[in-house]
Structures are given as structure tokens and as C-alpha cells.
Design a protein around this ligand. Structure first.
Ligand SMILES: *Cc1c(COP(=O)(O)O)cnc(C)c1O
Length: 400
């Protein structure tokens, strides 16, 4: 059976070049980067080389990069690190309704512990309005945290405008850019960003590695204390093989990004066209135009069917997709992102995310377009609601 992986927003395979390089740092160049001998110096040099590669892809300076155990830790370091450092100035935080749990849960923890939180809404395409952020700002606002691109529907937020607003008011601005990093161009300077979260395993690097960009001059209080690694911002012996793999993945992303974005958008559009052509009662979730959406993202709701049932049936045919985010797909709660966009519970439940990546081909799309309509037809045969909808449409057609 053909196997088609269309869940690259959840994670990606490690690029063979990345894996090969990492292996060297597990078995040969295994020194502790804090050691003074040649083993340590080799590891240290490679670590700093990786820092440069990450910085380059962000338009940042290497000294502004702090390595972490992933995107979630970087989000937490940013949010707790800033609020701790600025708690004398105020206790108000602004975020959006469509953030990743790494941001939302950290903010909600702070809300339960003496901070005030304003969650700005999004429109039906998942977009934050700059005016809403402006309206939410108060004299005691110390942090604005809004993501660059959404992990479920791919919506790209107006980060540079929000950043300008924050900069003018002297408020620290954090951006979770895990989904956009290495996929579309990022320039932390032009985007007026103070802190930015990135992760390795979404760009063909290893899991358990990420980084936080901390603009020169921004003060954060560490979350982990110990040997003072990462300029005392994040202690603990560095995950050298992982970080070096992450650096390599950044180099490859820089080379491939432009071409790959065009290629994936084409595959994505082909899949959408095919789905709309072959299946009725389908809704495209998120941005309706391509330019406000990540190139590799497609999110559709197939009405009268549970997304979970669709996922299981697709999986039996070797197709890996996702409904909502990977963290919540174990539960039957509809995605907070789709609900924030105003979708009904029923439509949100029928949502399906396809996220494209480097190995996907036209043949993959053809295979999905061959299997999905059959699965939908079978599942809908068991749906009384679909039956009703079809009948009311027939009677409407007759009446006209
Ligand atoms: C995957 C993801 C994260 C979490 O990153 P990890 O490295 O898996 O901890 C955070 N934010 C967004 C938008 C993501 O897609």
C-alpha cells in the first residue's frame, strides 16, 4: 500500500544529511562544549556554527540566539522570563485566541497567578486585527505574544504592524514562529520583534531542540538554573548533536525555502481543487486567498462526518493527516482555533488538516483524491444529517 505523509505541521522526518552530521557528534566529537580540551573545543565550535545558521535564517545576530529543548520551552522562557523581569512595571499580557498551547497555557497559568490577560479575537479567516491589539493595550501591559503563522489553518498574522505598535509603546513583543520558520522569509528586525520562538523538528531537524531569539537589550529571567550555559539564560549541558542538526536543517531550509514554497503551494492547490470537484458540502477553513496562508497548509471541513472518523479511515489507506492540532486530536473537544474563527461545533468537528512537505509529490495528491471521496461517501451513508441535507436541496431545486 502507498503511504502518504501529509502531517508536516505536526512533525517532519529528519533530513538524511542532518542525521548523518548528528551521528558524528554522538559517537566521535562527543565532547562537552564547556570543556577546554580538543573534544570540548570541537563541540563548542560546531555549536557556535549552528547558532550562526539559526540566526541567519531569522536576520538576527548569533549572540541573540538561546537554544532550548524545543518550541514549547522557548515559548515558556519568553512568557515567564519577560513577565518575571517586568512584574514591577505591570501585570497585563495580550495574546490571541488562536495561539499554540505552548503560549496559551503559559498565559493562562499567569492569569491564575495574579496577572491579567486580554485575548484578542480573530476574524473568520483566523486573522488578528492590528486595531484590536491597539485597543487592548493599557499602561500596565508588559507583553504582547502573537504567533506568526497558525499551525492549524496556516493564517499569517500582520506581525510587522503589531510589532511597530508594541515598539512605539515600549511593550515587549514575542512571536511564536515555529510554523513559519524556514517556510517563508523572516526578518526579526524588519518585523519589530523582541523575542521569537523557533523549533527544529518542524523543519527536518531532530525533535527536542528549539531556540528563542532574544533581541539585544531585552531582559529575561531564566527558568532553569545551573552551570550557566547559554549566557546563563538556559543552564544544562547543551544537546550538541541536536543543536548541530538543527543548524544544518536551517542551512538546508535557507537553500530550499523559495522553491519549496512554490512547489508545496501548487500541490496544496491541486488537492483543494480536487476535493471541491469530487466532494460536496466542503468548506475551506482559514484564509480564502493563498497569500495570507502558509504554502503547505490546507484545512477543510467535510460536513456531516467526524474528522476523527475520516482520519482513521485515511490512515487505513496509508494516508496521514490531522484534525485540529496533534495535541488535541486525542480528545473530542473541537479545536479552539476553528471555534475562535466562528465555526460551529459541527463544522469544526469535520475539519481535516493536510500539511505538505519536502517528499510529497503529485502522485501523493492523486492517491488522496482517489481514496478520500470513497471514504467520505461510505461514512456519509451512515449520516442521517447528510441524507436530510441532500433531500432539502432536491426539494429546493424542484421548487425553483
Ligand atoms: C509545534 C509547535 C510548537 C511546539 O514546538 P515543540 O518543539 O514541539 O515543543 C509551538 N508552536 C507552534 C505554532 C507549533 O506548531
Amino acid at each position: 500500500m502507498r503511504r502518504v505523509y501529509l502531517d508536516h505541521s505536526a512533525t517532519t522526518p529528519v533530513d538524511p544529511e542532518v542525521a548523518k552530521l548528528m551521528m558524528t557528534y554522538y559517537t566521535e566529537k562527543y565532547g562537552n562544549p564547556s570543556s577546554v580540551h580538543s573534544f570540548g573545543r570541537d563541540a563548542k565550535a560546531a555549536l557556535e556554527n549552528a547558532r550562526e545558521s539559526v540566526a541567519k535564517l531569522l536576520g538576527a545576530q548569533p549572540t541573540e540566539i538561546t537554544f532550548t529543548s524545543g518550541g514549547t520551552e522557548a515559548d515558556n522562557l519568553a512568557i515567564f522570563g519577560v513577565t518575571e523581569a517586568q512584574s514591577k512595571k505591570g501585570k497585563h499580557i495580550i495574546t490571541s485566541a488562536v495561539e499554540h498551547h505552548g503560549v496559551l497555557e503559559a498565559c493562562e497559568f499567569l492569569e491564575k497567578n495574579g496577572y491579567e490577560l486580554t485575548i484578542v479575537p480573530v476574524d473568520e479567516e483566523g486573522l488578528v486585527a492590528v486595531e484590536d491589539v491597539a485597543k487592548a493595550i493599557r499602561p500596565d501591559t508588559i507583553l504582547i505574544t502573537i504567533m506568526h503563522a497558525n499551525n492549524e489553518v496556516g493564517t499569517i498574522q500582520p506581525i510587522a504592524e503589531i510589532g511597530k505598535l508594541a515598539r512605539d509603546k515600549g511593550i515587549v513583543f514575542h512571536v511564536d514562529a515555529v510554523q513559519s520558520f524556514g517556510k517563508i522569509p523572516i526578518d526579526v528586525v524588519a518585523m519589530n520583534v523582541d523575542l521569537m520562538t523557533v523549533s527544529s523538528h518542524k523543519i527536518y531537524g531532530p525533535k527536542g531542540v528549539g531556540a528563542l531569539y532574544i533581541r539585544k537589550g531585552i531582559r529575561i529571567i531564566p527558568r532553569i538554573y545551573g552551570g550557566g550555559q547559554e549566557k546563563k539564560r538556559r543552564s544544562g549541558t547543551e544537546n550538541t548533536p541536536g543543536i548541530i542538526g538543527f543548524g544544518k536543517a536551517c542551512e538546508l531550509a535557507a537553500q530550499r525555502m523559495e522553491e519549496e514554497a512554490v512547489r508545496e503551494a501548487k500541490l496544496r492547490d491541486k488537492l483543494l481543487r480536487g476535493i471541491v470537484e469530487k466532494i460536496d458540502y466542503v468548506k475551506l477553513n482559514g484564509p480564502q486567498g493563498g497569500e495570507k496562508r502558509l504554502p503547505g497548509n490546507l484545512n477543510v471541513s467535510i460536513q456531516f462526518i467526524e474528522g476523527e472518523a475520516l482520519l482513521l479511515s485515511l490512515d487505513m489507506m496509508g494516508i496521514a493527516a490531522s484534525s485540529g492540532s496533534a495535541c488535541t486530536s486525542g480528545s473530542l473537544d473541537p479545536s479552539h482555533v476553528l471555534l475562535a474563527m466562528g465555526l460551529s461545533h459541527e463544522i469544526a468537528h469535520g475539519s481535516l488538516r493536510f500539511s505538505f512537505g519536502a517528499q510529497n509529490t503529485e502522485e501523493d495528491v492523486d492517491y488522496v483524491l482517489e481514496q478520500l471521496p470513497k471514504i467520505v461517501e461510505r461514512l456519509r451513508m451512515m449520516s442521517p444529517l447528510y441524507d436530510q441535507a441532500k433531500h432539502s436541496q432536491c426539494s429546493r431545486a424542484k421548487a425553483q
